[in-house]
Write a protein that binds this ligand. Structure first.
Ligand SMILES: Nc1nc2c(c(=O)[nH]1)N[C@H]1C(S)=C(S)[C@@H](COP(=O)(O)O)O[C@H]1N2
Ligand SMILES: [Mo]
Length: 432
């Protein structure tokens, strides 16, 4: 009897043939299909193991390496940079994580997206200092050797640029035919290790009237953002490590702020200064930029937590379904407000939905991998995913999102993303 897995239990339908009788729905709830039989070829019982032996077994392999790199066969798995100012400022812009080529929920350090306002500075940790001043009982300055001695914590969380996914918002009339990484790859997920910011602020002593913390980076942009003191005392981390190793230069080496769930631009990299203030500093990055134009003509300031969102990473544009049959739909879901409660998948443009299976790595404000087994019958289909977080926030329809915001709003687009599968198996981006 063939069986398939449903919500963690192995079940079979009445006639025992899950491959044929899946009911009217082609999506299997929580499904991962064991009986699909996607093997490349059957092994002939007459063939001997020796005949199937690869050349790699005939000689010793390469010697050890000091620092490992990906297989040369994966050389096309790269970030893609976009440079709005081109040769005038080649370090300003962003390079995006190739989400369509990755699996699991953790982003490898070499593929973490990078958003730089003035390039990646070259900082020698021996000369780097962090200063805490302003409304404090005593101003403090730390060198890296001192910071290395503090108790550290680790947590997995995403960093997402508030400009991520703008191409699914109102900037384009026609849906751009870009890869999922090029549309949504300004989000990455890592385990960050460092000192709780509260530890350092308590040592400095929060002064009377302090309610905000201005953070500044040691790069050419000198990027500054105001952060509510409550967030700094709650779960903010002054991070030194990323997935177990020292931060990558692009991610803020040797020191950055990690503010779980908050918009990326507040996570100041190459952190050099924290100034406690009574009011926000109203810097450029929180007035002319990183504010949200609403459809009523007003602008919303300080949208800190990133909205609940999900995207299907496979199938997605640029990938082609070779033939009708079984596919695993997979993607990522996250919310700046907490854990992901559920992800629903539709293959009929949102008319019907089935719950996806969520992978085990379940952390608040972190990427969560989801999967759903799908039988593609060869007819055109429109795939969507919709995430709900533990606070009950539901990812909006694209039309709902469009109604909220004014023209050219490039931030905080968490609308449902739709992919269209054509009869040919080609996958394209569509606005629904
Ligand atoms: N000092 C400094 N910090 C910075 C930036 C910067 O340009 N300079 N970019 C910000 C923006 S806009 C984002 S989205 C995140 C990106 O973090 P990442 O490059 O590590 O992915 O860093 C933020 N911190
Ligand atoms: Mo950003």
């Amino acid at each position: 009897m063939r069986s398939f897995k449903q919500n963690g239990r192995s079940t079979a339908n009445e006639n025992g043939d899950s491959a044929i009788n899946l009911g009217r729905r082609s999506l299997i709830a929580g499904g991962s299909l064991f009986s699909a039989g996607l093997a490349y070829g059957a092994v002939d019982s007459a063939s001997r193991v020796g005949d199937l032996q690869p050349d790699s077994m005939l000689a010793p392999g390469a010697p050890f390496t000091g620092y490992g790199s990906p297989s040369p066969h994966e050389a096309n798995v790269k970030r893609t940079a976009s440079l709005p100012y081109e040769a005038i400022a080649p370090g300003s812009g962003a390079s995006r994580t190739p989400l369509e080529r990755l699996n699991g929920a953790i982003t490898p350090n070499g593929l973490h997206f990078t958003r730089n306002h003035a390039g990646t500075p070259d900082i020698d940790p021996a000369g780097h200092r962090l200063m805490i001043h302003g409304l404090v009982k005593r101003a403090l300055r730390f060198d890296m050797a001192a910071l290395d001695r503090y108790p550290m914590v680790s947590r997995v969380c995403f960093i997402e640029c508030s400009g991520n996914s703008y191409a699914n918002g109102n900037m384009f009339k026609a849906a751009p035919q870009w890869s999922v990484g090029d549309i949504h790859g300004l989000v990455s997920n890592a385990e960050w290790t460092g000192i709780p910011l509260s530890t350092l602020l308590e040592e400095a002593g929060v002064g009377a009237g302090a309610a905000w913390v201005l953070a500044e980076g040691a790069d050419g942009a000198g990027l500054t953002r105001s952060i509510p003191l409550s967030k700094c005392m709650d779960d903010a981390i002054v991070a030194l490590f990323q997935n177990g190793e020292r931060l990558r230069p692009e991610q803020g080496y040797p020191l950055r702020l990690v503010l779980p769930g908050y918009e990326g631009s507040m996570g100041i990299k190459w952190l050099r200064r924290l100034k406690l203030l009574a009011k926000p500093a109203e810097t450029r990055e929180e007035t002319s930029k990183y504010t949200d134009l609403l459809s009523n003509g007003r602008a919303a300031q300080f949208t800190f937590a990133m909205g609940v969102k999900s995207i299907i990473t496979r199938p997605s544009p640029g990938l082609k379904l070779s033939a009708p049959g079984y596919y695993e739909i997979t993607g990522l879901a996250w919310s700046g407000h907490g854990r992901i409660a559920k992800v629903e998948i539709s293959t009929d443009s949102g008319q019907s939905w089935v719950e996806a299976r969520l992978d085990a790595l379940d952390q608040p404000m972190a990427l969560r991998r989801f999967t759903a087994a799908w039988h593609w019958d060869g007819e055109p289909a429109t795939l969507m995913s919709r995430a709900t977080d533990e606070r009950g926030n539901v990812q909006p329809w694209r039309q709902q999102w469009l109604e909220l915001y004014g023209a050219m709003q490039a931030y905080h687009c968490n609308a449902i993303q739709s992919w269209r599968v054509e009869r040919s198996g080609e996958v394209s981006n569509v606005f629904v």
